[in-house]
Write a protein that binds this ligand. Structure first.
Ligand code: ADP
Ligand code: MG
Length: 231
């Protein structure tokens, strides 16, 4: 059998916050590898650095040292524009707080990464509608974020992250605002994309039940990442 393809990796990744006398070493030489089709849960207590790690993997922050590789590309060697383009076409990101654009409706928010990728307007709308349907929001496409519940906003954000069919999707507490039924729906959607497109997922979660449904669980503790035996 051939070696599985690594889609996202970090090597020797460190992050230190320096605030005067206060020096917080959040991540210490993290090594992490995600192969095609893998679904990894990242767990750890509050303040252990899960969001910091995810943001670094997503090209949203700057490491103190170390590299992040998306495919073959060291993303922090790129300038901001080039990194943005690479993210837009290869990566989906679901923030802990949805980060939807307030002045745009659900459909437009989901269309956004496709428009940025210069997809034809009609085709973008078709894809965005289909994805909103999959997350159970077919009846809400004309609603703006302020007119949606917390869980609905989170589902729009998830649809936006998935609509480009990226190789890898990073999610920070995606089910934090969702009831059990909606969380189940999100898991099923992830599993179906994973099965049809071999999409990889890295999911920060507090939800143990959710974590156990993924193929691998890693724990962030004392700035180090360890494989969990629980999975
Ligand atoms: P988690 O997502 O696991 O709850 P975070 O990654 O948000 O943890 O934070 C990890 C640690 O880094 C916390 O101690 C937090 O206070 C600190 N931290 C996060 N962002 C900053 C920042 N911009 N400046 C200083 N310290 C920060
Ligand atoms: Mg966090």
């Amino acid at each position: 059998m051939s070696q599985p393809t690594t889609v996202l990796a970090c090597q020797n990744l460190s992050k230190i916050y320096d605030q005067g006398d206060l020096r917080v070493e959040v991540l210490k030489n993290i090594e992490f590898n995600v192969v095609a089709g893998e679904m990894v849960a990242v767990v750890g207590s509050s303040g252990s650095g899960k969001s910091t790690l995810l943001n670094l993997l997503g090209g949203l922050d700057t490491p103190t040292s170390g590299t992040v590789l998306l495919g073959e590309q060291d993303i922090y060697q790129l300038n901001d524009n080039a990194r943005g383009r690479l993210r837009n076409s290869n990566m989906g990101f679901v923030y802990q707080f949805h980060h939807l654009l307030a002045e745009f409706d659900a459909l437009e928010n989901v269309c956004m990464p496709l428009w940025i990728g210069e997809m034809d307007k009609t085709m973008a709308e078709e894809k965005a509608r289909a994805m909103l349907d999959k997350v159970g929001l077919a009846q809400r496409i004309k609603h703006k974020p302020a007119e949606l519940s917390g869980g609905e906003r989170q589902r729009v954000a998830i649809a936006r992250a998935l609509v480009t069919e990226p190789k890898v999707v990073l999610m920070d507490e995606p089910t934090g605002n969702l009831d059990k039924h909606s969380a189940r729906g999100i898991h099923d959607l992830m599993a179906s994309l994973n099965a049809s497109l071999a999409t990889s997922f890295v999911v920060v979660t507090h939800d143990e039940q959710f974590a156990q449904q993924l193929s691998r669980v890693v724990v962030l503790e004392d700035g180090q990442l360890k494989e969990s035996q629980l999975a």
